[in-house]
Design a binder for this molecule. Structure first.
Ligand code: ATP
Ligand code: MG
Length: 238
């Protein structure tokens, strides 16, 4: 049985069809990269799988270990082992890095989690998760907090993008740490050089998967800037 089976997922917001028959499968312990240009629906897909407030499929199915989870709330999905690192993690006043990492699961070693994301525990455990952290540091702490949960599925929304982007080597280290815990990863990115560290890749264009399989092949296709499904009419590549 697959870990996650997304079948024909559509999501309409206002008069915009953001996802349009999106299908993808993620197996146990698989790192699956979702590759797509800006505005193709990657974050929306992440919010739908995570079950964020206001995000329920217009049609289609999200199946987790054989169970339909379309209508489960975000905390119910978290209890099943689904977690997410946000594209733009928020900062909080009055909470330390140590408390933030141990908030959701108390029997974890926050120092170890910080080491896994390349931060020295003695320098960061007592810092506050507030504006004093740089964007890159905040992203790393977010990843550390998710690593510490040993999730079944970690959704990482563009850990490699933005002004404070992490390096490819940082991403490789984080992915390896998830692999050590046996977690599956949905790695969302728009950089094809990141895709080759995944076990499998899928390319999204205009809310649907247009090719899927071997990461190097998908990266090649992505670089070719072709979308046979859209035929160039409403394509993100035009
Ligand atoms: N609530 C909404 N109402 C209308 N349009 C929306 C809504 N939410 C998202 N969109 C649009 O849907 C498209 C997909 O958005 P999404 O954030 O999923 O893209 P993305 O692939 O994550 O892009 P990026 O790579 O820039 O992060 C965008 O054009 C966005 O403006
Ligand atoms: Mg996004």
């Amino acid at each position: 049985m697959s870990l996650l089976d997304i079948k024909g997922l559509s999501y309409v917001a206002g008069d915009k069809k953001i996802l349009d028959g999106f299908s993808m499968t993620i197996e146990d312990s698989e790192v699956h990269a979702l590759l797509g240009t800006n505005g193709t629906g990657k974050s929306t897909l992440a919010y739908l799988v995570m079950g964020c407030e206001g995000y329920r499929p217009t049609s289609g199915e999200i199946v987790f270990y054989g169970n339909l989870i379309n209508d489960l709330k975000i905390h119910e999905r978290a209890q099943l082992g689904i977690t997410m690192a946000w594209q733009e993690p928020v900062r909080f006043e009055g909470i330390s890095v140590r408390d933030y990492i141990t908030l959701k699961k108390t029997d974890v070693d926050p120092a170890h989690s910080l080491e896994m994301v390349g931060l020295h525990p003695e320098l960061y455990l007592h810092r506050m998760v507030d504006k004093s952290l740089s964007g890159g540091e905040r992203k790393r702490i977010e990843l550390a907090s998710i690593l510490a949960l040993h999730p079944k599925l970690a959704i990482l929304d563009e850990p490699d993008s933005g002004i404070d982007m992490l390096s490819t080597q940082d991403i490789v280290n984080v992915i390896n740490a998830f692999k050590e815990h046996g977690s599956s990863v949905l790695l969302i990115t728009h950089r094809e050089e990141i895709v080759i560290i995944a076990d499998k890749a899928s390319q999204i264009c205009n809310g649907k998967v247009i090719c899927s399989g071997n990461p190097s092949k998908v990266a090649e296709y992505y670089k070719s800037r072709k979308c046979l499904v859209c035929n160039g009419e409403v394509c993100a590549y035009v």
